[in-house]
Design a protein around this ligand. Structure first.
Ligand code: FES
Length: 125
């Protein structure tokens, strides 16, 4: 059902954990399955200098979080905002149709973290 690539990201997730004093935090959940994901970002010169995730959810949700952190790291905020769940699915060489919604959490989590960062910046000025 899952590609080798997905199983690898599930068994050896990249960038898993929390960033203390993160510049932006995104928390998203899927009301249907109850899974929850946090994305933490550190921003330097408008780029994602560091990114980590914590996901309490299914294997596909863990793997897609892992992939999105790899895709977003080092990108400008503008570039990172354009990453879609389809980009994540492509890296994972496909997802079973029933699991597509899991990859949406990763996309939404990253965008929520970027929005949180922008709101905090606005509040400072
Ligand atoms: Fe909930 Fe995958 S089943 S995110």
């Amino acid at each position: 059902m899952y590609s080798e690539k997905l199983l690898d990201h599930f068994k050896n997730p990249r960038n898993m954990g929390r960033i203390e004093n993160a510049d932006g935090i995104g928390k998203v959940g899927n009301p249907v399955c109850g899974d929850v994901m946090w994305i933490y970002i550190k921003v330097r010169d408008d780029r994602i200098a560091d990114i980590k995730f914590e996901t309490f959810g299914c294997g596909a949700a863990v793997a897609t979080s892992s992939v999105i952190t790899e895709l977003a790291k080092g990108k400008t905020l503008e570039e990172a905002e354009k990453i879609t769940n389809q980009d994540v699915i492509d890296v994972l060489e496909g997802l079973p149709p029933l699991k597509k919604h899991c990859s949406l959490l990763a996309e939404q989590g990253l965008r929520a973290a970027i929005n949180d960062y922008r709101e905090k910046q606005r509040a400072k000025h």
